[in-house]
Design a protein around this ligand. Structure first.
Ligand SMILES: NC(=O)c1ccc[n+]([C@@H]2O[C@H](COP(=O)([O-])OP(=O)(O)OC[C@H]3O[C@@H](n4cnc5c(N)ncnc54)[C@H](OP(=O)(O)O)[C@@H]3O)[C@@H](O)[C@H]2O)c1
Length: 160
C-alpha cells in the first residue's frame, strides 16, 4: 500500500494557523486535491478535521485522535489513536494507496516512512504559524513537476 503525503505549502513554508483557520483559499488547488484523493482513504489529525468541520465526500475519512468521541457525531468517520493502527486497517482492507492530508503533527510523523510526497508550492507567502516539515533532498527525489496558475505541483519519491 502506497502512503502518499499531500500538502499545499506557501512560499514561507506555512501550511496553516494554529487557530485552525486556513491561511488561504485556492479553488484551483482544492480541485487538484479533490481529484487526486477521490476514492481513497484520507488520514488527518483531529485539528485538521476540526478545521474542515465535516468529512470530505467520496473518500474514507480517517481521523487520528486520542479521543474517539468524534465517532458519535460522524458515524462515517473512522478514528484511530495511532498512525500505525490506521495504516494496518487500510492494509487489511486492501487499499492500493492512502493519502495523509495533514496537518503539521501528522506530516511530521508520516514523512518518516511515506512513499511519496505530492506538494503544491503556492506562488505566495501566507500568514500562519503551522509549517510543513523539512524535505530532506537526500531522502526525496523529484519525480515530476506540473505548473499551474497559482502553484506548482512537485511529486517526490523516496530514494532512501
Ligand atoms: N496546507 C495544507 O496542505 C494543510 C493540510 C492540512 C492541514 N493544514 C493546517 O494545519 C493546521 C493543523 O495542523 P496541526 O499540526 O496543528 O494539527 P493536526 O496534525 O491536524 O492534528 C493534531 C491532532 O491530531 C491528533 N494526533 C496527532 N498525532 C496523533 C497520533 N500519533 N495518534 C493519535 N492522534 C494523534 C491529536 O488529536 P487529539 O488532541 O484529539 O488527541 C492532535 O491534537 C490547520 O491550520 C490546518 O488548516 C494545512
Amino acid at each position: 500500500m502506497k502512503k502518499i503525503i499531500i500538502s499545499a505549502i506557501a512560499k514561507n513554508n506555512v501550511i496553516g494557523k494554529s487557530s485552525g483557520e486556513m491561511s488561504w483559499h485556492s479553488k484551483e488547488e482544492f480541485s487538484h486535491f479533490k481529484s487526486t484523493t477521490l476514492g481513497f482513504p484520507i488520514i488527518m489529525g483531529r485539528k485538521t478535521f476540526d478545521s474542515l468541520g465535516k468529512p470530505l465526500k467520496k473518500r474514507l475519512n480517517i481521523v487520528l485522535t486520542s479521543n474517539n468521541k468524534l465517532i458519535n457525531d460522524f458515524p462515517e468517520i473512522l478514528t484511530f489513536d495511532t498512525l500505525e493502527k490506521a495504516y494496518e486497517f487500510c492494509i487489511k482492507e486492501n487499499y492500493e494507496k492512502i493519502f495523509i492530508i495533514g496537518g503539521s503533527q501528522i506530516y511530521n510523523q508520516a514523512i518518516k516512512n511515506a512513499d511519496e510526497l505530492i506538494i503544491s508550492y503556492m506562488k505566495f507567502s501566507a500568514e500562519g504559524d503551522v509549517f510543513f516539515p523539512e524535505i530532506d533532498h537526500f531522502v526525496w527525489e523529484i519525480k515530476s513537476i506540473i505548473n499551474k496558475k497559482e502553484f506548482d505541483i512537485y511529486t517526490y519519491t523516496r530514494i532512501l
